[in-house]
Design a protein around this ligand. Structure first.
Ligand SMILES: CC(=O)SCCNC(=O)CCNC(=O)[C@H](O)C(C)(C)COP(=O)(O)OP(=O)(O)OC[C@H]1O[C@@H](n2cnc3c(N)ncnc32)[C@H](O)[C@@H]1OP(=O)(O)O
Ligand SMILES: O=C([O-])CC(=O)C(=O)O
Length: 382
């Protein structure tokens, strides 16, 4: 057994995967061989889900059938909606509400006794969870605003239906396409922390509800998916301060602050998803006649680049640009990380299924640094 310690499991290979490949030195990302740029621009999120779950891009017929299967699972049981309302009224964080609601969904699973080794049944369960996450999130947001949840519309796309349930209005083509593209960009990313969490849970042959619930928990942290909200908080902080973004960035560096949305365990250059989202932000800023976030983000990015961060491999990641795009679509800031979860659930499910095809319990070890042979002292004598 190797005694080499890899803090944070950096660079450790724990599995083979056909799902996504990242070349961090050049900023390349592919899902099953397809460039993220092509999928983002050409494929719908449903096509990408099909690709991840079934191994290849669907034909038109396969896609229609797949979309229908997914759409018919959107309805969420009234008991779960009631719990969502209780959580919204208690001011629960949206990621925590989502975590609770997804866990609760298993009580209403139509195949509760499926054999954990029946991967087709696991996929059907995963499809149900994926279909219901938008319904949960939109209901949560509406209830906390004193509005009634809106029933899903099966005739709309996954992206379009979410925006419709959130706002009560069918989105225009630009909003729907932009949101759909954002979902594709977030669908999978190798063995990131939340995917690995889901895989660890899946490797015990626990059910897929447990794996997705665990993934949501891992994604919520500020070093992972939670960073997209921190970026928006930062942009608002700049806006509310008397400083221009350049001065803010200088001061933040001097104070030794970690800039949210910068840095990545795998990328040494700008994340290709950030490149695509920046383009989108430019389009939206122009069409909405408001380039505030664009100006702030690009100023901060250029300053940090000039300061040599990019040379050190600390460049913008996906979270640096996603929030500004969502903000242009009118989505509340604390829904940004839940939206990431909505997109990533597909990746979690794909990785759990792939791993379970040739499952082995994931169980690493720690180098023990505590005392040996301590003498036990009874409680009253301590
Ligand atoms: C979807 C995603 O999950 S993408 C990542 C989202 N998270 C963020 O954006 C939060 C900000 N970024 C970070 O905290 C980190 O870059 C992480 C967590 C993403 C990656 O962390 P790690 O690979 O463990 O890198 P680590 O934390 O060891 O940092 C390495 C060096 O880069 C520096 N660094 C890393 N990120 C940043 C940052 N955002 N701002 C300034 N310096 C940074 C660290 O200070 C450290 O410098 P040092 O070697 O001089 O001490
Ligand atoms: O890969 C990672 O470590 C984090 C990330 O960018 C993602 O999960 O999308």
């Amino acid at each position: 057994m190797s005694n080499e310690l890899k803090r944070g499991l950096e660079g450790v290979l724990v599995a083979e995967s056909d799902l996504s490949y990242i070349d961090g030195s050049v900023g390349k990302l592919v899902y099953r061989g397809y460039a993220i740029e092509d999928l983002a621009r050409e494929a719908s999120y449903e096509e990408v889900l099909y690709l991840l779950w079934h191994g290849e891009l669907p034909t038109r017929e396969e896609l229609t059938e797949f979309e229908a299967r997914l759409a018919e699972e959107r309805h969420v049981d009234d008991d779960v909606l009631e719990t969502i309302a209780v959580l919204a009224e208690a001011d629960e964080e949206p990621m925590a509400a989502l975590r609770t609601a997804v866990s609760m969904l298993s009580a209403y699973e139509p195949e509760p006794d499926a054999d954990p080794e029946d991967l087709d049944a696991t996929l059907r369960q995963g499809r149900r969870i994926t279909a219901k996450i938008p319904t949960i999130l939109a209901a949560f947001d509406r209830v906390r605003q004193g509005e009634e949840p809106i029933e899903p519309d099966e005739s709309l796309s996954y992206a379009g239906n979410f925006l419709y349930m959130l706002t009560g209005v069918e989105p225009d083509a630009v909003a729907e396409e932009t949101f759909d593209m954002a979902l594709t960009l977030h669908a999978d990313h190798g063995l990131n922390a939340s995917t690995f969490t889901a895989m660890v849970i899946g490797s015990t042959m626990a059910d897929i509800y447990s794996a997705v619930t665990g993934g949501i928990g891992a994604l919520s942290g500020s070093l992972h998916g939670g960073a997209n909200e921190d970026v928006m908080r930062t942009l608002r902080e700049v806006d509310a301060s008397s400083k221009d973004p350049l001065q803010w960035a200088k001061d933040a560096r001097e104070e030794g602050r970690r800039i949210p949305g910068f840095g990545h365990r795998v990328y040494e250059v700008k994340d290709p998803r950030a490149v695509i989202l920046e383009e989108k932000l430019r389009d939206l800023s122009a069409s909405n006649g408001d380039d505030t976030w664009l100006e702030y983000t690009t100023t901060i990015e250029s300053y940090l680049e000039d300061e040599g961060l990019t040379e050190k491999g600390i460049a913008p990641n996906v979270d640096f640009y996603s929030g500004s795009v969502y903000d242009h679509l009118g989505i509340p800031m604390d829904m940004f990380t839940p939206i990431f979860a909505m997109a990533r659930a597909g990746g979690w499910i794909a990785h759990v299924l792939e791993y379970q095809e040739d499952n082995r319990l994931i169980r690493p070890r720690a180098r023990y640094t505590g005392p040996q042979d301590a003498e036990f002292v009874p409680i009253d004598e301590r």
